[in-house]
Ligand binder design. Structure first.
Ligand SMILES: *[C@@H]1O[C@H](CO)[C@@H](O)[C@H](O)[C@H]1NC(C)=O
Ligand SMILES: *[C@@H]1O[C@H](CO)[C@@H](O)[C@H](O)[C@H]1NC(C)=O
Ligand SMILES: *[C@@H]1O[C@H](CO)[C@@H](O)[C@H](O)[C@H]1NC(C)=O
Length: 473
């Protein structure tokens, strides 16, 4: 059993509107070596104090220095500086990180340590498994990629930088910073509005995802600051069992495509007690995701929490069982969004949004089944079906440039079983111009919504004979 304990400095953000507390914790992560059955129980965790002493960067003061028999080479620390990393912010430390990884990967419960004080620069690298269980990548210093596209080695992938692949039971944590050096990527003329006179070009514009977890299970990410990514900050695809806790993601409001955390084809995810400010979606959830639990997250500025876009090029999409709770969204272009293209199949279902505080958010609650990037999308007869969606205790303020509640469901495939309870949204300033919008949306208001919404249809739609309502998920 791996024991994870943290000393928490707890900031309390009291929410004026629903009088409850949201805890945003900045924690310290300590990893203890895998314990044998004969080991004594661990010492009790240190008491949480308002002002904890700074703990030295030793990742695990070992309470039991005598290794159990047959356990003698487990729990080692592989410090990248012992493998030749310089950490001066300019030398290329890639080889040292690869060597430290390779050594640690072969030993159960070991730690790759990038120590405090070092600024390590590495090029695009795939840290792959399988490795012995319990591997920890502990970043206490700064880790960064080459500075922009010109410094990026020609032979390296420009679509990804740190990749963790085929791992099971792996932790990426520490009190350090992953610094993406994104500015030169954001300024590329192929980015939206970065062309001559603010034009947007349609040419492909590849920039690296900063941290990618691919085909990995039982992953923990904690404590880190992750900032200024050239593109998405963190992306998970083909993963199962992900726990993200106490991280801070930040990039400027105008940095293009810098999604905070993107999930695709990934199941059983917890994202807790984290803060994201960036230039795109705070958290985005793509097809093939289920059992996602988001709690105690603060987003903003950002583009909110987004499910989609789904069903592009007539594809099938399946997303289910997503919970977002005790979360603040501020100064964002969207709040809680579901977006699907015309012509897809599949479904988005069992969504619960509860205890969400909105502050100056454009499109607080939006389902858009007419998502289209080219303005040339035709209406089609199939769509990803949206059903069983609950909005509970969603309060705060919206940006009056558009209606705070917008359900634009497909003409042919209605949204059904939408529940609204204690949804109370007021203008941040000025007056609402448009009323809440619904199109082909069925549901109930358990309490009267503010602003009033009278366009939600009662009951269920009449389904035409021959229509296949089975979304196949
Ligand atoms: C929904 O997801 C949560 C994890 O977020 C899980 O604990 C729960 O069992 C799931 N519910 C269903 C019905 O699958
Ligand atoms: C698609 O359907 C919607 C809803 O009926 C309608 O408002 C919109 O104008 C249609 N778009 C096109 C391109 O036909
Ligand atoms: C409506 O959705 C809720 C959960 O969101 C579910 O418990 C309920 O069974 C659904 N009702 C129908 C009629 O499908």
């Amino acid at each position: 059993m791996r024991i994870l304990s943290g000393i928490l400095v707890v900031y309390l953000i009291s929410t004026l509107l629903f009088g409850q507390l949201i805890y945003v914790a900045r924690g310290r992560f300590h990893y203890h070596k895998r314990r044998g059955l004969s080991d004594p129980p661990p010492p009790p965790p240190p008491a949480v104090t308002a002002n904890p002493p700074q703990v030295p960067s030793d990742p695990y003061p070992n309470p039991n220095p005598d290794p159990a028999p047959g356990d003698s080479d487990s729990g080692c620390i592989f410090d990248v500086t012992s493998f030749g990393a310089v950490g001066d912010g300019s030398c290329d430390d890639t080889a040292a990180f690869k060597d430290a990884w390779k050594a640690a990967c072969a030993v159960e419960s070991s730690v790759v340590l990038a120590p405090e004080g070092g600024v390590f620069k590495i090029t695009s690298t795939i840290f792959s498994g399988p490795c012995k269980p319990g591997l920890v990548f502990q970043l206490d210093g700064v880790l960064m990629p080459p500075d922009g596209p010109e410094e990026w080695p020609e032979k390296d992938s420009k679509s990804q930088w740190l990749v963790f692949y085929r791992l099971d039971g792996f932790t990426f944590a520490g009190k350090g910073t992953v610094e993406g050096n994104g500015q030169k990527w954001w300024d590329l003329p192929c980015k939206p509005h970065r062309g001559p006179d603010g034009s947007s070009s349609s040419e492909p514009c590849v920039s690296p995802t900063m941290i990618r977890f691919f085909m990995s299970n039982n992953i923990e990410v904690g404590g880190l600051r992750i900032q200024n990514s050239p593109q998405f900050h963190m992306k998970f695809d083909g993963c199962e069992g992900v726990s993200i806790n106490d991280i801070q993601i930040s990039s400027p409001k105008l940095s293009p495509n810098t999604d905070g955390i993107h999930l695709g084809n990934t199941r059983s995810v917890a994202i807790h007690n984290s803060v994201v400010s960036n230039g795109d979606d705070c958290i985005s959830i793509g097809t093939g995701c289920s059992d996602i639990d988001i709690q105690g997250v603060t987003c903003g500025p950002s583009h909110g929490i987004s499910i989609g876009s789904l069903g592009v090029h007539n594809s099938q999409a399946c997303v289910s069982n997503i919970t977002v709770r005790n979360t603040v969204i501020r100064d964002s272009d969207n709040g809680l969004r579901v977006k699907t293209w015309q012509g897809g199949t599949g479904s988005v279902s069992n969504l619960l949004f509860e205890n969400i505080q909105m502050e100056n958010v454009l499109n607080c609650i939006i389902v858009d089944q007419y998502y289209c990037q080219s303005k040339e999308c035709r209406n089609e007869t199939s769509a990803v079906r949206v059903f069983d969606v609950q909005y509970r205790n969603i309060k705060g303020t919206y940006d009056v440039r558009s209606a705070p509640i917008h359900f634009a469901c497909s003409d042919t495939v209605a949204c059904t079983n939408i529940t609204m309870s204690e949804v109370e949204l007021l203008p941040e300033e000025g007056e609402l111009v448009d009323d809440p919008f619904c199109w082909n949306a069925y549901g109930t208001q358990e309490t009267l919504t503010i602003p009033p919404i009278d366009c939600l249809l009662d009951g269920s739609p009449v389904v035409e004979e021959g229509y296949n309502s089975n979304p196949g998920c």
